[in-house]
Structure formats: C-alpha cells, structure tokens
Design a binder for this molecule. Structure first.
Ligand code: DX5
Ligand code: ZN
Length: 215
C-alpha cells in the first residue's frame, strides 16, 4: 500500500509562504493539505480562495483541500477554480452528501469525506463508491497542534476492513496529531495518507520530518 504525506499549510509561516511552498515542492511530500475553516462548522477561521489561488501558482504538487465549513456544496466550483485537486467535505456538514460527492467529481476533482472522532465509520458504507478518500480525524477539527486521539487506530482498521469487503479503491487519510511516533501504527492500521502540520513545520528540518513520516 502506498504511503502518502500531505503537510498541512495551517502550520506554515504565512509571512514566508513562498519558501514553505518551495520546501514542500523539493521534499518527498505528495500533496499540499489546505485547511479551510469558516468559524461556524469549527470554532476557528483560517483562509479561503485567495490564499489557495496564490499557493496554486507555486505549488508543484496536488492541492488537497480540507473544507471545515457548513454546507460545503455551495463552493465546489469556486475551489476547483482556484486549483483544488482533492476536495474533502465533512459528513456532518453536508446534508445531501451523495449529491455533494457527485458534484465534486463532476468538476474533475477527487472527492473526500471527513469524519469527526465521534462519527461512526459505518456511516460511509453506502457512499464508498462515490468517495475517493475517507479522512479520519484524529483530533477534533479546528486547530493545529492538538494531541492525537488513539481511538483513531481502531477506526482506521474498521474502515479498512469495510473498504476491502466492498472492493473499492478508497484511500484512507488521517489528520491531527500525526508524528513519527504514530506514523507506522497508522499505516499498519490501513491508512495510506498522513496529514501533518506542526510535526513538519515545527521541526528544525521539515524535509527530514516528511521523510520520517514516509518510512
Ligand atoms: C485540524 C486540521 C489539521 C491540522 C493538523 O482541524 O484539519 O489539518 O492542520 O495539524 P497538526 O498536524 O498540528 O495536528
Ligand atoms: Zn486538515
């Protein structure tokens, strides 16, 4: 199974965004993880389309956009326009999830579904065909630098079994509190993509940190 790493730009230095983007371009990272927060779905506001549009101008790797916003279906075409390649919405935030996933794919993007720590992974069973990726939150969404919730490991295993039974190619991404201390366990449990913010950007050698996450 492949091991992808998607560094979260939430922890980047926004005064020197260009150098952090170049660092990721030159690193072994696979995607750019971009966290969009609206202050409603989560108690924090991050950044939106203009910032993503700028990142897209320099980024040489796919943009993995994680929407922590209410009714994400309102902005699917807008995120495509600014360069999103993968668009992930929270199951708890989109009433007609099936339609939302179809609309994301119709725009030519990969569709992801994010699940909060309290959301039963069985809830995605009937939409696995419509999803390219399931994002297991291993913290409560809204902030970088939080502590990993260990139950995520069982949830990933449960989801991996479900995907194998269904025979779909759905990827499993994990987001929140990921470090080299839990990376191997996460891959072993069945994850194929790790998101890491503070672990990468607070490291004295971010490229090395990214490499460690891929081992
Ligand atoms: C949290 C975001 C994460 C965040 C992860 O709501 O979805 O992507 O940036 O940050 P760390 O890796 O520091 O937990
Ligand atoms: Zn995220």
């Amino acid at each position: 199974m492949n091991k992808l790493v998607s560094p979260s730009m939430l922890s980047a230095n926004f005064l020197h965004l260009e150098s952090d983007i170049n660092m990721i371009n030159e690193s072994t990272a696979d995607w750019f993880h971009l966290d969009v927060m609206d202050g409603m779905y989560v108690p924090n506001i991050s950044f939106g389309m203009p910032i993503i549009e700028h990142i897209n101008k320099l980024a040489k790797k796919p943009l993995d956009v994680h929407l922590m916003i209410e009714k994400p279906e309102r902005y699917i075409a807008d995120f495509k326009k600014v360069g999103a390649d993968i668009l992930t919405v929270h199951i708890e935030a989109s009433t007609h999830l099936h339609r939302t996933l179809q609309a994301i794919r119709a725009e030519g993007m990969k569709a992801g579904i994010a699940l909060n720590p309290h959301t039963n992974v069985l809830q995605v069973e009937d939409v696995l065909e419509e999803a390219d990726m399931i994002l297991i939150m291993s913290v409560n969404p809204g902030f970088g630098g939080q502590k990993f919730i260990p139950q995520a490991l069982n949830r990933i295993e449960k989801l991996r079994n479900m995907i194998e039974k269904a025979g779909t190619k759905t990827m499993i991404q994990v987001d929140g509190g990921v470090t080299n201390a839990n990376a191997a366990d996460l891959y072993n449990a069945g994850a194929n993509c790790l998101v890491a913010g503070s672990y990468v950007f607070k490291s004295p050698d971010p490229k090395e940190a990214i490499k460690r996450l891929k081992k």
